[in-house]
Design a protein around this ligand. Structure first.
Ligand SMILES: *Cc1c(COP(=O)(O)O)cnc(C)c1O
Length: 444
């Protein structure tokens, strides 16, 4: 089935019979049928596709449909699916054993590579998820400063630890949930919230005293893609330095994505602590936090701040992460992805203009995003105000039916891998053209 003209809009829907049946059963076994909320398609309606396999830049579902994948497991897969170097390393390591609960040289190899790419990270502690990384980094900040409060930003997502489920992005935003039940008021009392891009609000919160850390996604990717305005991150750095709070960059999503060295390299800001995840596990569960040596030396057993993990520094995840970073460091690799991300947003702008659909887009490194809005979105309040779920749902499903897999939520970012190329771009551009035409017809 090919679509050569925007007039061929009455495309036959692809079959989802197998996904439908599997989803019906999954919903009887797991809450919402999923292991993580946004996967359930609640933000767009319809049945989530059950995935049979991945192949480079493509996903293939259980009904045999093939999609250009811009979700990439929500960020980790910069090399695309089943990259031969990553799989080779995993298989080789698996045959030697999958976990030892004892040190391996693989951890030092990955730690060395990370500290080399991200100089502010002088020492690393590996954990298994981004949630653990942010939780532990804040524990360390409290220990270092002897203070209790943490400033976060509305619409930023830092995993699902109690303290961060206040005006959180990602699935919390997608589902329009209030702050989560089950989180005790006393925990939340220590979390202060400021609007993204509002340094004055942070200044005011820090002036109240007792702020241990300012925790930020330096490029916000969990309320749609929202860029820091010029001077915002530097202002946070200055406020922290002046008031003695630690500046924590949550680069779980942006690390090795907005630039090889993350947002801290792109905007030339040195945070005190950095949280990493997603890319550093190369598609296996690995995450980390790190930063100034004097702070990291406070972590047990070097110091007294306790934090541990049975599978932390898992050998399979270490080699997958290592191969992934190795490939990313190849000359031209990063630039290729940046070009592709920018090309996708160019295509969105072009077709939206043609169809008379208001849109703002952004692309930074291998991340990209868009809002159906007339002007640039700078914070969560604005993102919530401009997102029209029905309109996004129409666009999402049209793209899906055209063979392009986007995040099933307007409050997420798009990603590209090193395997996105002219072929995937052409298919994407054609899909965008048809989807925009559909929007023009449905939402005049
Ligand atoms: C994904 C994400 C997390 C949480 O990571 P998990 O591995 O899902 O626990 C934390 N912070 C940011 C910025 C993220 O994008």
């Amino acid at each position: 089935m090919t679509h050569t003209s925007t007039l061929e809009l009455m495309t036959e829907a692809r079959s989802t019979a197998h996904s439908d049946a599997l989803f019906a059963e999954a919903q009887t076994l797991m809450p919402g049928g999923v292991s993580s909320p946004v996967r359930a398609f609640r933000g767009v309606g319809g049945t989530p596709r059950f995935i049979a396999r991945g192949e480079g830049a493509y996903l293939i579902d259980v009904d045999g449909n093939r999609y250009v994948d811009y979700v990439l497991s929500w960020g980790p897969l910069v090399l695309g699916h089943a990259h031969p170097d990553v799989i080779g390393a995993i298989v080789k390591q698996a045959s030697l054993g999958t976990t030892f609960g004892a040190p391996t040289e693989l951890e030092s190899a990955l730690a060395r590579t990370i500290t080399h790419i991200m100089p502010s990270v002088e020492m690393v502690r590996f954990v298994s998820s981004g949630t653990e990384a942010t939780m532990s980094a804040v524990r360390l900040a409290r220990a270092v400063t002897g203070r209790t409060k943490v400033v976060k930003f509305a619409g930023c997502y830092h995993g699902h630890a109690d303290a961060f489920l206040v005006q959180a992005g990602s699935g919390v935003a997608t589902l329009g949930l209030p702050d989560s039940p089950g989180v005790s008021a006393s925990v939340v009392a220590d979390t202060l919230t400021a609007p993204f891009n509002d340094a004055n609000a942070v200044e005011a919160l820090c002036a109240l005293g007792d702020v241990a850390a300012v925790l930020v996604e330096p490029v916000a990717g969990n309320m749609g893609l929202v860029l820091p305005e010029p001077g915002f991150l530097q202002a946070l750095r200055d406020i922290c330095t002046r008031t003695g709070a630690l500046l924590i960059f949550d680069e779980v999503m942006t690390g090795f994505r907005v630039a090889l060295g993350g947002a801290q390299a792109l905007y030339n800001i040195t945070p005190d602590l950095t949280c990493l995840g997603k890319v550093i596990g190369g598609g296996l569960p690995a995450a980390a936090y790190g930063g100034k040596r004097e702070y990291m030396m406070r972590i047990a057993p070097a110091g007294s701040v306790y934090q541990a993990g049975t599978l932390s520094g898992n050998p399979l995840a270490m080699v997958a992460g290592m191969e992934t970073l190795r490939a990313l460091l190849a000359p031209g690799a990063f630039e290729q992805m940046s070009t592709m991300a920018a090309a996708v947003t160019d295509s969105l702008k072009q077709h939206a203009a043609h169809a008379g659909v208001p849109i703002v887009t952004s692309a930074v490194g291998s991340m990209w995003g868009f809002f159906f809005a007339p002007e640039t979105v700078r914070d969560y309040a604005q993102a919530k105000a401009v997102v029209n779920t029905k309109k996004f749902g129409t666009f999402f499903h049209e793209m899906l039916n055209e063979g392009v897999y986007l995040a099933p939520s307007a409050f997420e970012s798009g990603f590209v891998s090193m395997l996105h190329n002219d072929e995937t771009l052409l298919a994407t551009d054609r899909a965008i053209g048809n989807a925009m035409e559909r929007l023009r017809q449905n939402h005049r």
